[in-house]
Every structure is written in structure tokens, then in C-alpha cells.
Design a protein around this ligand. Structure first.
Ligand code: AGP
Length: 609
């Protein structure tokens, strides 16, 4: 997510903003900028890359003034560049805007304004807001902002400055965070508490639809219609480090709980209002695009590879196209049977994993059409692939991947539906059922969080075991592999995933009294077989935690503990079923006192072979 800061008071605005942006660096970004109003003019300074690049620019070219806005950008629309960095202004420099979120209807507004003669400099959705404000401006800053808000759709935290009203900042939010810091003779705005905690601990946490007008001695908050809103002051008791994690103890836990929002953002604009179709504007494929594709290769590493295993089920069931999933470090040395009839999909959260990048280049060399699924705009893999689908999970800081994985599954399930639409193999009713459930996913995730106390208890009770087995069949087997990786990489428990039917071919020899087995049983068509596997391990006195679907009254008869996830459909269940496994791994690591966010021997992005 982007970082936002704003200042109005008696101090130098640039000083606060550069310090504030440095406190938000942990959120991940690719460019940064500030704007300061002084003597009726707004001066904007912005640079791609690290904050140090902007600091050097500001140092060489001081930007004095007592009111300003600043931003660190995590690109979603438009690659990282000086021009695409925020703040954005209109052509006359009357307004400056910083934004976190997605303006869903920016394209039609941009076209309308261009027809009116407005000229755009950047590739961003945010720049539309600056020109729209200029177009609507009638001398009343606040009224102009309210009229602008009636035009835009999407998710946003917005902070706006007007050269003709240098005594105030206006900010508002919808679906993205914004906090106001209350000072004495000065007031602050930030997307996150760490940016202001060194200046004040008294804050207003803004709610969706509220509009705040900040002056140096006052903060006035109203609703969208201008009615006054009474706010309680929230006193921040966290220390600075805890504030970076939003009050969570670790980034991993914060990112697990960010999944509803990450999934919602990844779905935004990709399903029609009537839930009948997938829209991938960034692909813009037609039936001709894939008519010569006779196989799909998916290649990735680690968690991304596990997402590819789930995608194989998605695509083969919904689009009936053969899918081969290969570990990138294996694919690249296999002299693979890839050709011009292959669609090669590479999945990578960071977009920088060297094995995956090399596999992508190999697939391209062999003539494949290439598609990247990644979380980082402008990453090496996104630039190397012919086309790219972005997950909109926001920066993922913890080494153990969580929200990136679930948003990869969302993007890949959308892609499977999209392929089935294009080749006519997908029944419209089936698609509508899946897309309707996908839209419900963010809400359904919250239901799973309600089971966290049970998961904590399991982790506390079994967290000291040295071995754990994850069993699954069909799509559940792919999810079991992700669950095993999560547990082993942060708790150091030796965890392995097995296809349920494979147990009797060897692994059953390892099952003995007290061994913990996590059995995934979300897939109706193989449930009976999975229950047989559960009986097999119970007969050897294993301890079984069953992950099932609400309404399944059978599972609890066979296992020692059950965690039930909301009922959806066999395609969206894997996205829900992995969340208890993420939490189980997290709390097992806590039980064992492991370094959750930075597990030993591991790096967040493996940019070496
Ligand atoms: C997952 O929890 C691990 N951190 C690791 O397996 C990771 O998924 C793998 O290195 C791939 O990274 P990428 O998605 O950035 O390419």
C-alpha cells in the first residue's frame, strides 16, 4: 500500500514529510514525492526509487513552506517512474493530490477531461483527480472536493492541497486507511500511525465517507453531505515498532489479516456487476488469442509453485486445457517440450526470483506466449513477460508468503474462468456461481478469523512436536503442500504433505501414536476417500486435525479436532482452507519462540540460483 503524509502548522512541512515518509518505508514502495504550498504556489518534487533519491533532490532544491503533502508509491497503474510518482497536479498547479487505492472509473473520466482539452502527464489513475478538481473548481475548495467525490468510484485515501487555500488541507477515505494527528498549532495526516507517532499520540482514525478539513489550529470532520461528525480522540499507546505492524505482533499476522482487503482489491474491476463474466482489461484476449494454445505450462517456486498446483485444477476443470506445473529450477534444465502452442504462466510475488525469471526466459526462447502473475509492478518478471496480471495484495514484508498466495489463487481462478469463457468450455451457470462466491470471499475470510482461539490452542498443544503430516486429495493436496511449507519454514517443525492415497505406499510407516496429522477435507468428490485416510492414521493413534466445510457433520466423528471454513464451492474453498493453516503455522512458531517474520536461512526474495 502507498504511504501518505500531510502537514499544516508552524514548522517546515518538508522536514516533517521526509521524516514521516521514512517511517513508512517498511510498507514497500518504488517512488516518492512531496508538494509544498508557499506564496500562492505549489512546488512538487518527486523521484523514482529509494527515498534517498528524493532526499537528495530536496536538499539541493529546498522546498520551504508550512503546508504540504507527501507520498511513497506502490505502483498499481503505471510503472514506477518520476512522472508516475505522487503528488499529482492539474496543469495550472492549482491542486496537488496524493492517493492510496484504485480509482476504478478513472478511464472514462480521463477521456472526458481529455476531450475538454486537459493534458495528462502520467499513466496513473490518480492524476485524474487533480484535473477533475480543476475542472470543477468554482473558488470553493471544500465544495469542489465534495463534487469531485460524487464523480469517482473505487477505493481511496486522498489528501488534497489547493494553492488558493494555503491555510488548509482536505482529506477523505474509502476502503483505505487515513489517520489525523492532533498537534498544538499544527496538525498531521498519515496513512499509518508510525509517520506521526513521534509528534503526537492523539489521533482521529478516519472512517469511510468522512471528509476532514485541517487548519493549523483546528480539524473539522463532516460526512460526505457536510454534516458535522463528532470524533473520539484515539490515543496511541503503541511503541514505534509495534505501530509499523499496525498493532500486530508480527508482519506475518498483519498480512494474514489483510487478506480480505487484498482479495477485494485483486477482484476489483475484474468481475462484471452481474457476476456473469470475468474482465481482464490488461489482457484483452479474444478466442483467437488462445485458439492455437494446446497446453499450458505453469512454473514458479515455493508458495507460488503451490498456487500453480491449485491453478492446474482450476484451468483443467473450467477450461479443459491440459496444464503442466513445474518447479522453475527444474523446468529450466529439463530441455522442456515447450513451443509456440504453449501458454507459459509464471507466478512470483516479488517478480524477482531468479529461477522463475530464468524459466520465463527459457519458455520465451522456445516460442511460448508468456504471462506473469506477480505482486510488484515494474518487477523484472513483469517486464520480461509478454503480458502481466497483477495481484493487488500490497507489499508483503514477512518472509512467509500469505496474502500473496491467496491473491494469486484469486487471480488464477479468474484466469481459469476467463479461459473457459474464451474457448466456450465453461458453463455460464457454473461461472456465475464461482464468481458470486469469489465476491463473497473477503467476508467469508472474517468468519475464519473467529476460529483463531481453537487454532491457537492446537498450536500450543502440538507446537512442540517434531513432525507433522498434511493430507489432502485433489485440490486439497495442493493446499496441503502450502500448509506444510508454511509450518516448516517458520516453526522449523519437519512437515510434509501427502496425497491421501499415497499414505499406504510408504509414509504410513511413519505414523505412530501422537503424530499430528492435518487432514484437508473440503472437496466433496473425494471426501469419502479422505475419511478412509483419516481412519488409517487414527488406527495408528495419530492426532488428527480436520479442516472441513461448515455443515460437514461427518468429519468431527473421525478426527480429534475440527476447523470448519465457510461453505462456498470446490474452487473457492482452497482459498479459505489455507487461512487456518497459515494461522496454525504462525502460532506454532510463536509457541516455539521462532523468529516469525525472518526465519533462519531464508530470504523474502531469492534473487540468486
Ligand atoms: C513462501 O512462504 C516462501 N517465502 C518462498 O517459498 C517463496 O514463495 C518463493 O521464494 C517464491 O517467491 P516469489 O513468489 O517472490 O517468486
Amino acid at each position: 500500500m502507498c504511504g501518505i503524509v500531510g502537514y499544516i502548522g508552524f514548522e517546515d512541512a518538508s522536514t516533517f514529510m521526509m521524516e514521516g515518509l521514512s517511517k513508512l518505508e517498511y510498507r514497500g514502495y518504488d517512488s516518492a514525492g512531496i508538494a509544498v504550498a508557499n506564496a500562492g504556489k505549489i512546488k512538487v518534487q518527486k523521484r523514482v526509487g529509494r527515498l534517498a533519491n528524493l532526499e537528495a533532490l530536496v536538499k539541493e532544491n529546498p522546498n520551504p513552506g508550512h503546508i504540504g503533502i507527501g507520498h511513497t508509491r506502490w505502483a498499481t497503474h503505471g510503472r514506477p517512474s518520476d512522472m508516475n510518482a505522487h503528488p499529482h497536479t492539474d496543469e495550472k498547479g492549482l491542486f496537488a493530490v496524493v492517493h492510496n487505492g484504485i480509482i476504478e472509473n478513472y478511464l472514462p473520466i480521463k477521456e472526458e477531461l481529455m476531450k475538454k482539452g486537459y493534458h495528462f502527464k502520467s499513466e496513473t489513475d490518480t492524476e485524474v483527480v487533480a484535473h477533475l478538481l480543476a475542472d470543477l473548481y468554482d473558488g470553493d475548495f471544500e465544495g469542489t472536493v465534495r463534487r469531485m467525490l460524487n464523480r469517482i468510484e473505487g477505493s481511496y485515501s486522498l489528501v488534497i492541497m489547493c494553492a488558493e487555500a494555503p491555510d488548509r488541507l482536505i482529506c477523505t477515505k474509502k476502503d483505505n486507511p487515513l489517520v489525523i494527528g492532533l498537534g498544538k498549532g499544527e496538525n498531521f495526516i498519515a496513512s499509518d500511525i508510525p509517520a506521526i507517532i513521534n509528534h503526537t499520540r492523539d489521533t482521529y482514525i478516519m472512517n469511510d465517507g468522512e471528509v476532514a478539513v485541517l487548519m493549523k489550529d483546528s480539524v473539522t470532520i463532516t460526512d460526505r453531505d457536510g454534516n458535522p461528525v463528532n470524533k473520539e480522540v484515539f490515543h496511541v499507546s503503541w511503541n514505534a515498532e509495534a505501530a509499523e505492524k499496525g498493532g500486530y505482533e508480527h508482519f506475518m499476522l498483519k498480512e494474514i489479516y489483510e487478506q480480505p482487503k487484498a482479495i477485494r482489491d485483486t477482484l476489483t474491476g475484474r468481475i462484471t456487476d452481474d457476476n456473469s463474466q470475468v474482465v481482464y482489461e490488461e489482457l484483452n484476449w479474444t478466442p483467437d488469442t488462445i485458439k492455437n494454445i494446446n497446453r499450458i505450462l505453469i512454473t514458479a517456486c515455493g508458495t507460488a509453485y503451490h498456487a500453480g498446483l491449485v491453478a492446474k485444477y482450476y484451468i483443467e476443470k473450467l477450461a479443459r486445457i491440459p496444464v503442466e506445473v513445474d518447479i522453475a529450477s527444474e523446468y529450466r534444465y529439463r530441455n522442456p517440450l515447450t513451443d509456440e502452442h504453449t501458454l507459459a504462466i509464471v507466478i512470483s510475488q516479488s517478480g524477482e526470483t531468479s529461477d522463475t525469471l530464468a524459466a520465463l526466459k527459457e519458455a520465451k526462447r522456445l516460442g511460448a506466449k508468456t504471462l506473469a502473475v506477480t505482486n510488484v509492478v515494474g518487477s523484472s518478471i513483469s517486464r520480461e513477460a509478454d503480458q502481466v496480471i497483477y495481484t493487488l495484495a500490497g507489499p508483503e514484508i514477512a518472509v512467509a508468503s500469505t496474502k500473496a498466495y491467496t491473491t494469486q489463487l484469486v487471480a488464477l481462478l479468474l484466469l481459469a474462468n476467463y479461459l473457459g469463457q474464451l474457448n466456450g468450455r465453461l458453463d455460464g451457470q457454473v461461472e456465475k456461481h464461482i464468481l458470486t462466491n469469489l465476491k463473497e470471499l473477503p467476508t467469508l475470510c472474517h468468519e475464519i478469523f473467529e476460529t483463531v482461539d481453537d487454532i491457537k490452542a492446537f498450536a500450543k498443544h502440538y507446537g512442540f512436536k517434531e513432525d507433522a503430516f498434511f493430507l489432502g486429495r485433489s485440490i486439497d493436496y495442493a493446499v496441503a503442500m502450502e500448509g506444510a511449507l508454511k509450518l516448516k519454514e517458520i516453526s522449523y517443525i519437519h512437515a510434509e504433505a501427502y496425497a491421501g492415497g499415497e499414505l499406504k505406499h510408504g509414509t504410513l510407516a511413519l505414523i505412530e501414536e501422537g503424530v499430528p496429522v492435518i487432514a484437508l477435507a473440503t472437496q466433496d468428490d473425494v471426501r469419502e476417500k479422505m475419511m478412509s485416510n483419516v481412519k488409517e492414521v487414527k488406527a495408528r493413534d495419530a492426532i488428527v486435525i480436520g479442516i472441513g466445510v461448515k455443515g460437514d457433520t461427518e468429519l468431527e466423528k473421525y478426527v480429534d479436532h475440527t476447523i470448519l471454513v465457510p461453505a462456498a464451492d470446490s474452487f473457492t474453498e482452497p482459498i479459505l482452507a489455507v487461512i487456518p493453516l497459515q494461522l496454525l503455522a504462525y502460532y506454532a512458531a510463536i509457541t516455539r519462540g521462532a523468529d516469525v517474520d525472518k526465519p533462519r536461512n531464508l530470504a523474502k526474495s531469492v534473487t540468486v540460483e
